[in-house]
Design a protein around this ligand. Structure first.
Ligand code: HAX
Length: 425
């Protein structure tokens, strides 16, 4: 049976050949240009980095290794991680071997818990997650081997070791953070026999819920948030840090620092907060008129409508649709879910009236928090951590692929405003 290391060893030889051929054939062709407005506008639309794990066409949404997300919604995080890394779904034997690789790496050293327990009681759960990852950095195989003079061709192998270790440990760390931060009792140890989803649910220790249903939601959640091409804040940060040959403990925690922003992963926390405020004001079943009013009140107070809009997408996010379907089939009468659905009927039409907003449609964060809330995770500052557990699959896979392809140091050129002023005149 081939291990993930054997499979990637074979594939990387081909990928490197393909890359050399592309550069040889078309290395001087212009892929993208940058206007002055784009330089001032966060480089939106400038194609200038390579990411092979996934792509996000603006009219389709997430496509992982050329398979649209909608066709992957019944998969497990292990299958998706394998797909992100290798560009193929695993067969039965490969999946069994890969799952075992992950299961055997779950243990989280005690010093991580000591640090987390000593943090201020009001620390944000994302700060705790990023701290835990940084504290674990001393375990980095890449860093140790680099110090020992590892050859460049082997960087990816050490990065893969780090990726497998991180992906295996992050659910335990995330579940531990939930229990420590929200006084849920002792940390629950990982079960070596369980898969990533089952063990995360087990370690959260949520008490009286429909475990089977919640397990299915968590599987969907961990699949849906796994990756979103290479140019978003967390991915680009991860890439940039890793390109300096900082190991992925550094780059992942840096990427997650970006995910913790309200315009990125924190939007799910903001969105549920906003929905609960709406329901506090208008009751369990706000009318469309009331929802319109709240949308305009929010916009007029200078705030964004959380969960709506996107830097790339120009349609409803298929990840949002996945969650909407899940809610419809499992808890269609849940008042929070009903408000999420009703907002979907109202918000896009109102945002279309604001000329500057390029995408009035919902993104993943418009629905995901309401799902967790239904099953009893009511502490919404925790929601971005669940997002991060899933995104660790994509970010670590991107780093492995980048090291495999001998990715360059990321170092775009900056210019001063004075330079641009003279340039435009
Ligand atoms: N509500 C109000 N205004 C919005 C808006 C929204 N939902 N979406 C965009 N706009 C505004 C922008 O703030 C911007 O205004 P200014 O020019 O005054 O700054 C203008 O419309 C143009 O923005 P855009 O080009 O349409 O979108 P951007 O690429 O600049 O930003 C964002 C994309 C996702 C950040 C934006 O749509 C937003 O703030 N949405 C709400 C927050 C959110 O849901 N974030 C999660 C996104 C998905 C994600 O990354 N999850 O992790």
């Amino acid at each position: 049976m081939s291990t993930i290391f054997d499979i990637l060893s074979r594939k990387i030889v081909e990928w490197r050949k393909e890359e050399s051929a592309i550069i040889e054939k078309g290395g001087t062709k212009v892929l993208s240009q940058v206007t002055v407005a784009q330089a001032y506008g966060g480089m939106r639309g400038v194609a200038s980095i390579i990411c092979d794990t996934s792509r996000v066409p603006q009219e389709q949404g997430l496509i992982i290794r050329e398979i649209p997300l909608k066709q992957l919604l019944d998969k497990t995080p292990e299958e998706i991680f394998f797909l992100l890394l290798t560009a193929e779904l695993p067969n039965k034997d490969q999946l069994a071997d890969f799952s075992e690789e992950i299961r055997s790496r779950k243990y989280v050293p005690k010093y991580v818990w000591d640090v987390l327990k000593s943090m201020p009681k009001d620390s944000h759960p994302m700060t705790m997650l990023n701290t835990a990852i940084l504290v674990l950095q001393k375990e980095s195989v890449f860093s140790k081997k680099y110090d020992d003079g590892m050859r460049k061709e082997d960087y990816w192998k050490a990065t893969l070791e780090d990726a497998l270790n991180l992906v295996a440990k992050i659910p335990a760390i995330a579940a531990g953070i939930y229990r420590i931060r929200f006084n849920k009792g002792d940390i629950i140890a990982p079960d070596p026999a369980m898969d990533l989803t089952g063990d995360y649910v087990h370690m959260l220790g949520l008490g009286e819920i429909n475990k089977e249903e919640f397990n299915d939601l968590m599987r969907l959640y961990l699949v849906a948030h796994c990756d979103h091409e290479g140019g978003n804040v967390s991915a680009l940060t991860n890439l940039t840090i890793n390109s300096a040959l900082s190991d992925i403990y550094y780059s992942l925690s840096g990427g997650f620092d970006g995910l913790a922003g309200p315009l990125h992963g924190l939007a799910n926390q903001e969105c549920l907060k906003w929905i609960l405020e709406i329901m506090q004001k208008y009751g369990n079943a706000p009318s469309k008129e009331q929802l319109k009013e709240i949308v305009w009140n929010t916009l007029n107070s200078g705030k964004v409508i959380p969960g709506y809009g996107h830097a790339v997408l120009r349609v409803t996010d298929p990840r949002f649709e996945g969650f909407l379907e899940f809610g419809k089939s499992h808890f269609p009468e849940d008042p929070i879910f009903l408000t999420v659905s009703r907002l979907y009927d109202v918000v896009p039409e109102e945002l279309k009236k604001v000329e500057k907003i390029k995408n009035p449609w919902p993104n993943v964060d418009a629905a995901s928090g309401s799902m967790l809330y239904h099953y009893g995770i009511k502490e919404f500052s925790y929601y971005t951590v669940v997002f991060a557990v899933s995104r660790s699959l994509g970010l670590t896979a991107q780093a492995v692929v980048n090291r495999a392809m001998n990715g360059p140091l990321i170092r775009p050129k900056s210019v001063t405003s004075q330079y641009v002023k003279e340039f435009v005149s």
